[in-house]
Design a protein around this ligand. Sequence first.
Ligand code: SAM
Length: 267
Amino acid sequence: MGKKPKLGQNFLVDDRARHAIADALGDVSDRTVVEIGPGHGAITSILAGRCRRLIALELDTALVQELTARFQPQPSVQIVSGDVLQVDLPALLQPGETCDVIGNLPYYITSDILLKLFANSQHIRRAVVMMQREVADRVAATPGVREYGILSATAQLHASVSNLFTLPPGAFSPPPEVYSTVLRLEFAPRFAALQVDPAGFDRLLKQSFAQKRKTLQNNLRAAGYDAAGLAACWPAGIPAQARAESLTLEQMATLYRALPPHSQLSR
Ligand code: SAM
């Protein structure tokens, strides 16, 4: 087993793949694109001449220096030194502007990055992101399959997800120990269509998926709902023994609307 590179630095060296990833963003000629983890610029170098404005966020200061020397002469490119998880994304954009996001993500923080993108979904039109294949399978999974969980539900609440293609370890240097999958996320939050409020529904999802081995009712009881109260309002279409992993977002929303006000019952 090879040593894991620092900061998830497996650089893309497959020329066709880096073009396919950049192309998956579509026409970006009038768009601001935010790149997460540009590294040595495999994808940056394609997009720099293609989009209206490119903001590339890199944590490694040696890479920031290299990228700045190479790309900063282009006025449309801004290299930002920092941690993608700390950066204030809307502050990088014009008021009211939405961006597109691209990145061969550092795999050690993939879920946190995705959650950050979902938390900013009103500022994002589309994202093309590469991650470990197993994580991509979870993001794209449908209810009832083994991989479906809180990451799938949250992703699909905020975006429609397409699985574009998978790359072998040899597409990278150094090669990772895993295969990598590119997903495209078209951001279109579904809160209004599902008739739920974002904060309350988000909290219900977290409570419902808290423990995978428990039924949904047992997870909700652990979160502070009482058994009799749950039985009294439980929607007819949802089996009492159901696990959250088996329910569609529409069913979760039906449950959310049937439950008594959350503020009174959640701990
Ligand atoms: N885009 C390049 C490519 O495809 O070859 C590099 C991809 S590499 C998998 C991940 C990149 O993310 C590295 O350049 C790494 O330094 C950077 N990175 C790691 N953690 C980061 C963080 N918290 N914020 C911003 N960039 C980070």
